[in-house]
Ligand binder design. Structure first.
Ligand SMILES: Nc1ncnc2c1ncn2[C@@H]1O[C@H](COP(=O)(O)OS(=O)(=O)O)[C@@H](OP(=O)(O)O)[C@H]1O
Ligand SMILES: Nc1ncnc2c1ncn2[C@@H]1O[C@H](COP(=O)(O)OP(=O)(O)O)[C@@H](O)[C@H]1O
Length: 198
């Protein structure tokens, strides 16, 4: 970019990973509203934290009510929402943290771009593949009912698309496995990536 010159810092991501004793990367959850993203992401973070891993979670609470306040649920705004999340996740990863994001991120192209920003090697895509009927039956926040009644427009799965990942790193079927089982399965994939070798 014109007239923007990068500063070279003395402390690198490598240095931080070495000091923390583990690698940093991004775990990107995707799935319908009510699929279980936040529930599983939360439990996963707790497990990692208890093991002494430096973590940080990005979710609707700290992003859509802060940094991305004002963005709606049109495709354009979702794209911008996901773009900023990817950039912020990259910063946290550079800060040495295992970064967990839990957003619907419904568009394949937006997830692809997030992967490009973060880097192929450091992007673990977790597809929480809970069928729409189950999410709607759960209706944790009462939003599906409102969407069906036309009170919420552009609602994912009802009046706005969800493009399922074709080749996710991990796929979770919450009707068939418990939260603990899902967390354990994700952890087994992460374990190898966490180990920092001098
Ligand atoms: N129109 C519409 N469509 C989908 N979801 C809606 C909508 N309006 C509000 N909500 C609530 O916002 C949460 C999804 O926000 P995200 O930032 O994850 O969405 S996106 O990635 O930009 O598509 C989502 O939270 P989760 O249920 O945790 O997924 C909903 O509670
Ligand atoms: N196996 C499971 N894994 C994750 N969530 C589950 C499971 N079984 C039932 N649930 C419930 O489904 C709901 C998922 O809600 P939430 O985690 O907020 O989803 P999202 O973040 O995708 O919108 C929670 O009420 C959770 O207790």
């Amino acid at each position: 970019m014109k007239n923007i010159i990068k500063h070279t810092y003395h402390v690198s991501r490598e240095d931080r990973n070495s000091q923390n004793g583990h690698n940093s990367f991004v775990i990107w959850f995707t799935g319908l509203s009510g699929s279980g993203k936040s529930t599983i992401a939360n439990q996963l973070e707790k497990k990692l934290f208890d093991l002494g891993v430096k973590t940080y979670s990005l979710d609707g609470d700290n992003i859509r009510s802060g940094l991305n306040k004002g963005l709606s649920f049109t495709e354009e705004d979702r794209t911008e929402n996901n773009r900023r999340i990817a950039e912020v996740a990259k910063l946290f990863m550079d800060a040495g943290l295992v970064t967990i994001t839990a957003f619907i991120s419904p568009l394949a192209e937006d997830r692809e771009k997030a992967k490009e920003v973060i880097g192929d090697e450091d992007f673990i895509e977790v597809f929480v593949n809970t069928p729409l009927e189950v999410c709607e039956e759960r209706d944790v926040k009462g939003l599906y009912k409102k969407a069906r009644q036309g009170e919420i427009k552009n609602f994912t799965g009802i009046s706005s698309p969800y493009e399922a990942p074709v080749n996710p790193d991990i796929e979770i079927k919450t009707e068939n496995e418990s939260i603990e089982e899902s967390v354990e399965r994700i952890f087994q994939v992460l374990k190898g990536k966490l180990a920092y070798n001098e």
